[in-house]
Design a protein around this ligand. Sequence first.
Ligand code: SAH
Length: 383
Amino acid sequence: MDRRKGNNRDANGSLAEATASRLRFDDAEAEEVEMEVEESPEAEGEEEEAAAEVIGSDKTSADYYFDSYSHFGTLQEMLKDIVRTKTYQNVITQSSFLIKDKIVLDVGAGTGILSLFCAKAGAKHVYAIECSQMADMAKEIVKSNGYSDVITVIKGKVEEIELPVPKVDVIISEWMGYFLLFENMLNTVLYARDKWLAEDGVVLPDRCSLHLTAIEDAEYKEDKIEFWNNVYGFDMSCIKKQAMMEPLVDTVDANQIVTNCQLLKTMDISKMTPGDASFTVPFKLTAERNDYIHALVAYFNVSFTMCHKLMGFSTGPRSKTTHWKQTVLYLEDVITICEGETLTGSMTVTPNKKNPRDIDIKLKYSLNGHRCQVSRTQFYKMR
Ligand code: SAH
């Protein structure tokens, strides 16, 4: 499994690997890791023994590869995402009427940060479920911050653990993946909701929406895709086909946007079913200037509508960058579009049949314009 989701332009414009891996824990893979650990020789020497006393320091790269959330680097990147973490903090601290004296379930607790916010805001009790090795750290963190009597960390998969209480008042989770749905952790939240949420309970966040726009991206498409046409004089364009199929997780500059931004799909986390995450939606993107279109760009918004005042954030190109960046889908055609003309089409999103954490995207688009007539269907796979 590749942890890299496309290459990123870093601040200097050079290529840097996208390190943010938000992959879910996987049963089969975990078993493989366990087998490897059993075979590995025992740590020898004083230094190694001392290091082994630090929780998690005995892990190898294989453990991290298969259980990426146990690596503090992934969670640190998410914690440092101010837009993300501050929004959750503000929601919890400013909506004490939702949290105070309530029983809270933190689905996928990681370091336990959301549980700590809730405990500090006066929750009666918080159950923090985390399946990765990070659960051991979360226990330690809860203890060292003096919240052991309020927060119970449960190590295990949400789908497999037993909760000491029959119902909870609040479910809080930061489950969103790239393109909103990559990782498919949403199903875990819906599972927890259906099993444990009290009738008048609240899911935080409760509203998400997926949006689409079109961009001019000649320079980067040349660098990423057309590159394969001529590599030191050789034709490697077979790789180009594969590169085209992989959506690129990257930041897009607002001045690259050529058309309006369109809402594709809204999801109500408190009501939706897992099936609602598979959909076909039409789109209509109208050019705001004469330009070329090289790619469509998808991004999502997250809202907490249960707060006193609507709160949330956007991962769109006109908003402050988050670690989710945007998702760029390159088009085979370079579309010459005139101001006022409309690129119409539809997008189909489905979890991959073999691996439901992955996403298959089908894009249909057509333009019947002054300078360009095009009609095409393209397929993408988020892996
Ligand atoms: N709540 C933390 C971490 C969010 S990342 C924060 O906001 O910083 C999502 C976390 O959910 C990861 O730590 C991952 O290991 C965990 N997770 C994913 N699927 C899970 C499942 N089925 N059961 C329990 N934990 C899960």
